[in-house]
Design a protein around this ligand. Sequence first.
Ligand code: PLP
Length: 230
Amino acid sequence: MNSQAPNPETIAVNIAEVRTRISAAARAAGRDPAAITLVAVGKTHGAAYIEAALGAGQRVFGENRVQEALGKFPPLKSAHGDLVLHLIGPLQTNKADEAVALFDVIETLDRPKLARVLAKVMAKTGRRPECFIQVNTGEEPQKAGVMPREADDFIAFARDELGLPVTGLMCIPPQDEEAALHFTLLAGMAERNRLLKLSMGMSADYEAAIRFGATHVRVGTAIFGDREPR
Ligand SMILES: *Cc1c(COP(=O)(O)O)cnc(C)c1O
């Protein structure tokens, strides 16, 4: 974890710049800037970085590890009732209880076993965080996500059979490919399954993602700076 003290001014300036660029990209695409949610990804950065972003008015955050999020967010959530936390990394079934308790959106639902466990935990606790289904649009073996050809069936299973609150799709395009192709594929999949939310685009390509319909962009480096290797 990066325990260096953050520079709150830099973080505030970065957030303002990302917001300006989001608005410009939305308008250029004929979309309402308010329809796009900036998810600030503070993974590997300490709670002081999140506090700096909160001070700049940011309220939606993304974390990719349950343990790390548990170490940072409970006090911040108590202090800010309007803080919204997204899980954007792989979820193991043995952490489903903790994830359902802590996160407001789980963006990485990607397999039947996890869907069943989440349905059980939600029934037991009554807490129902929104779920996005992660699609492995590049069909990369090392990457999480349901395969594109299996996505429609999996959406039907999770949403219609299990009754999970599935509201959107998420993807992480391969690094060495044209992201636009993946954004288009994901947008088409969402449309034909009547899902309104699309989490796609990171620091390097969030403006392109907005052009292709992103409703959620996940931005880390452009807000918080470089991450140290874990
Ligand atoms: C780390 C991460 C991001 C943010 O990446 P940046 O390039 O730093 O903006 C977005 N999405 C996921 C799933 C991540 O793990």
